[in-house]
Design a protein around this ligand. Structure first.
Ligand SMILES: Nc1ncnc2c1ncn2[C@@H]1O[C@H](COP(=O)(O)OP(=O)(O)O)[C@@H](O)[C@H]1O
Ligand SMILES: CC(=O)N[C@@H](CCC(=O)OP(=O)(O)O)C(=O)O
Length: 306
């Protein structure tokens, strides 16, 4: 840092030119809402995490309204292990019993949520950590997972315990925070109608929130460059119809299926576009928003051109 708090610049002309290049993009997104799902590698790496905090702060500073939804699967694993509580996953969802739900809420809302808000606060912006329970943001219902028994062909219902899915999203609390110059940071925990607590997959929450606030972009940070074709080449853009075809054909598989389905749901429910972005790349959010090429795979509403 220099005495006046600015970063030393190797080539000031280059930096000025770069800032000027960003101007059309700043205009394009001014006043818009961008929902960012933060997780994966970007969260576990101190340098990337610091960059993420300042990128989110920068978005707010230039008149964009970022909303962050964070995960925390690895952090939950660590704490459950420490407390010797077993957990296992079905289709990427953690089966959550009564002894696990309290610990999960403690880790996500108490620890991870404050860490993520802290990253943004340390960058000089003002973030407020909440969960889906706060301000009536998300009402969840128990997730019903049906599986077909391959032997008999009959359908069975799997009990995943306190795993929920968003039923109703009321974004008033998000508008109140964003409108007061604050950045909401949401932990993926929600209340049921009888006051029970549900553990909800963070991608799912991000998609539901992006749809409810009609976000201009949902950015899903992950550990791959985006959706890859069968030759391992990045697909920069998919229409909703193409994405559905990719799942049907098996080109999109495993953990990428729920991610793409979340994007499809978000654009169906009101988001303009969703982008699967490589969170391992420094400043991935800025690269996606402020460059022509972008950085991942964009999934648009059918018929949408921007
Ligand atoms: N077409 C595809 N393009 C990219 N990744 C794919 C594709 N099909 C399956 N995958 C798998 O999906 C994974 C991403 O999902 P996941 O690991 O659940 O992400 P995260 O941990 O960030 O939520 C990739 O690591 C890859 O193994
Ligand atoms: C139901 C369910 O599986 N909930 C997740 C919530 C956290 C999450 O989604 O974190 P990532 O984004 O890091 O995976 C869990 O318990 O791990």
């Amino acid at each position: 840092m220099t005495d006046d708090g600015l970063l030393p610049v190797a080539d000031p002309m280059q930096q000025a030119a770069t800032l000027a290049d960003a101007l059309p993009y700043l205009r394009r997104y001014a006043g818009d809402t961008i929902v960012v799902k933060y997780g994966g590698h970007a969260m576990g790496n101190a340098e990337l995490a610091k960059g993420f905090g300042s990128d989110i702060g920068l978005l707010k500073l230039v008149g964009i309204n970022p909303i962050v939804v964070h995960g925390g699967g690895p952090q939950i694993n660590k704490m459950l292990e420490r407390l010797q509580v077993r957990s296992h996953f079905v289709d990427g969802l953690r089966v959550t019993d009564e002894s696990a739900i309290d610990i999960i809420e403690m880790v996500l809302c108490g620890s991870v949520n404050k860490q993520v808000a802290g990253l943004i606060n340390r960058a000089g912006a003002l973030a407020v950590g909440i969960s889906g329970k706060d301000g009536g943001l998300i009402k969840a219902r128990k997730l019903v997972r049906k599986v077909k028994d391959p032997a008999s062909g009959t359908e069975q219902i799997l009990d995943l315990g306190f795993v929920g899915e968003p039923d109703r999203v009321d974004p008033q609390v998000l508008y109140a925070l964003s409108g007061s110059g604050l950045i909401p940071v949401i932990a993926p925990i929600a209340a049921g109608y009888a006051g029970e607590t549900y553990n909800v997959n963070a991608d799912t929450i991000a998609g539901a929130v992006a749809g409810a606030v009609h976000a201009t972009r949902l950015l899903m940070l992950t550990d791959v460059p985006g959706v890859l074709d069968r030759n391992g080449k990045l697909i920069p853009e998919l229409t909703a119809a193409e994405a559905r075809k990719g799942i049907e054909s098996g080109m999109i598989s495993e953990g990428m299926i729920p991610k793409v389905e979340t994007c499809l749901k978000a654009v169906r429910e009101g988001a303009k576009a969703a982008v699967i972005v490589d969170g391992r790349v420094p400043h991935a959010c800025l690269l996606e928003l402020f460059t022509e090429a972008g950085s991942g795979t964009m999934i648009r509403r059918d018929g949408s051109i921007d």
